[in-house]
Design a protein around this ligand. Structure first.
Ligand code: SF4
Length: 343
């Protein structure tokens, strides 16, 4: 066994995390759900979402028999909603084609929506206790610093090199402990900023630490400035306290979720306002919010209006929701934020 894996396994037995909700009575299904939730999201944020999700969907069948709207309601606020949609799609495939059992084969796992090579590796290693590598953000950082990989980590050739390193260093036994250990060391010790090298079980042979360059790695290619897009929302509330939302059934951002009525131009919003019954009450105008996506920033300007007469001149994708119904549908976080503040 390599020094790296021996040290990590030894360290985990004494200091590693063993009581996260997905580690208790673990199985490949729980590992899959937790790994997908943990993509781009911190452990502490994921825990309450995971607990609620597993309570409602304890296995493949309960998830496969659900629908997108309900699954997304359990994802509300977690962001990157395609992850929730892909969980449902994958559960349906596993139910139909694999008799509701998660396959223990990386090729099959990687063919499912939303499961990449690292998630497949985690399912095999942590869920099935097989020998399989992972390369999530934490593992990547540990390997980059330990082996002093100086090329930018966003380049394909670096990713390929790191996968080779990850495979070469796998232990023959206790791969599940090793996988959890490298994730834990990455998130608790070999942190993005100010790694706690003195506490690290790898410090003796870590090249970056011994050359005192641990704070300089990993390298990334120079960043491009994110473009800013504009969106104009209209929040309509009726005399019963219901809120009008539209379903984003088109492909793209917030697909399948419910948002306020959106316009790309302020003039289109004004035209829509002209169609409202006369005598409405303007509650708030020009409320600004910025939401950052992976590839761009979205500046949202919201107008809130209360109407006292019936307004039914609506397309099929627009629905009035009362407060109780709002908690059972998928809402992007800027919509939830505005509703919490004003409704
Ligand atoms: S010694 Fe420091 S830089 Fe090296 S793996 Fe440990 S925490 Fe990371």
């Amino acid at each position: 066994m390599s020094y790296l894996s021996t040290q990590l396994i030894r360290w985990h037995k004494q200091f590693g995390r063993k009581d996260l909700p997905w580690q208790i009575d673990t199985n490949p299904y729980k590992v899959w759900i937790s790994e997908v939730m943990l993509q781009q999201t911190q452990v502490q944020t994921v825990i309450p979402y995971f607990l609620k999700f597993i309570k409602r969907y304890p296995d493949i069948d309960s998830l496969a028999n659900s629908n997108e709207n309900e699954v997304l309601s359990y994802w509300s606020g977690l962001g990157y909603y395609s992850r929730g949609r892909n969980l449902l799609k994958t559960a349906k495939i596993i139910q139909e084609e694999f008799d509701s059992s998660m396959p223990s084969c990386s090729e099959k796992l990687e063919s499912f929506p939303g499961i990449g090579k690292s998630t497949a590796g985690a399912i095999l290693s942590l869920g099935f206790k097989m020998k399989a590598p992972i390369l999530d953000g934490n593992a990547k950082r540990v390997l980059v610093r330990y082996f002093k990989v100086e090329d930018p980590i966003d380049l394909n050739k670096t990713t390929k090199q790191l996968w080779n390193i990850a495979e070469e260093n796998l232990p023959n036994k206790e791969c599940n402990v090793y996988t959890q250990a490298i994730m834990d060391v990455g998130s608790l010790i070999c942190k993005r900023r100010n790694p706690d090298c003195i506490e690290c079980p790898l410090k003796k042979k870590c090249i970056s630490f011994n050359e005192k360059i641990q704070n300089l790695l990993p390298n990334k290619s120079p960043k491009k400035e994110k473009p800013i897009r504009q969106l104009y929302w209209l929040l309509l509330q009726n005399k019963h306290g219901e809120v009008l939302l539209e379903n984003r059934n088109s492909k793209g951002v917030w697909e399948g979720l419910w948002t306020f009525i959106g316009f790309e131009e302020p003039i289109s919003r004004e035209n829509f306002q002209d169609r409202l019954p006369k005598g409405y009450e303007l509650l708030e105008e020009g409320l600004k919010l910025r939401h950052t996506f992976t590839h761009y920033k979205l500046d949202i300007d919201t107008t809130l209006i209360k109407i006292n007469k019936d307004f039914q001149d609506l397309d099929n994708n627009k629905v009035w929701f009362n407060t109780e119904e709002l908690s059972g549908i998928g809402l992007p976080s800027p919509v939830s934020k505005i509703l919490k503040t004003f409704i």
